[in-house]
Design a protein. Structure first.
Length: 230
């Protein structure tokens, strides 16, 4: 073998070895290439898909608000609300009258309008929500009418003062006049209880009758006066 032939042979062997090494490396890095023993690769497990949540069912609210109330009278309206999903419900209101109060828990609208509230309210709407959907009652209006009778003012009791004399000579007249007044200017009438009867005690002219000794059967009983407003 000549020197030239030997060199060519070495070069061929080197090329064959390099090619074999490259093919072996490609086979190890290809995940889709089946194993050399002919067995199949294990399947890749996919994560389960999230279940689709059920669609929300909106709440329902019903009720017919009272449309007319008289000044000075109590007003009350509470809507009836339900939710098929048993979700927590919360109420809200728009254009609440100034004389009324509102509950966000029950939707109740209550209050007592005064004489200054006579007239018609703006459009009122009561809504209920489960956090995702809402329903409403309204819009509706409340008309406050004037009173048919004006309320009577609170009566103030009359006053009566005075200090009666507790003794008098049997020959002298006895007089006592209380001082009575009424803040409302009402007409006053008087009444008395335990008023002394005709004299029945015969004593010397200079004797003194004292009112009232409770143990003496021969002296007048104690008296009291009262005033009443009409």
């Amino acid at each position: 073998m000549t020197r030239t032939s030997f060199v060519k042979t070495v070069i061929r062997l080197a090329l064959i070895f390099s090619l074999a090494s490259a093919l072996a490396a490609c086979g190890e890095g290809d995940a889709d290439t089946p194993p050399a023993d002919g067995s199949s690769a294990p399947p890749v497990t996919q994560p389960p898909a999230d279940p689709t949540p059920p669609a929300n069912q909106p709440p329902e609210v019903t009720g017919t608000p009272v449309a007319v109330v008289q000044s000075g009278q109590n007003y009350s309206f509470t809507p009836k609300a339900t939710d098929p999903d048993n979700d927590f419900l919360e109420f809200a209101i728009t254009n609440k009258p100034a004389w009324a109060t509102f509950s966000v828990d029950t939707g109740a609208l209550t209050g007592v309008p005064g004489d200054a509230n006579v007239g018609q309210s703006p459009d009122i709407t009561i809504t209920v929500t489960d956090g995702r959907d809402q329903r409403a009652v309204g819009p509706f209006r409340i008309t406050v009418t004037a009173r048919t009778e004006m309320p009577s003012p609170t009566n103030k009791a009359p006053t009566i003062t005075g200090t009666p004399m507790t003794s008098v000579d049997v020959t002298k007249p006895y007089s006592f006049k209380p001082v009575a007044a009424d803040a409302d200017g009402d007409k006053l009438t008087f009444a008395i209880s335990g008023r002394p009867g005709p004299p029945s005690v015969r004593q010397p002219v200079r004797s003194l009758v004292r009112l009232p000794p409770p143990t003496s059967p021969r002296t007048p009983t104690s008296s009291s006066a009262s005033a009443t407003a009409k």
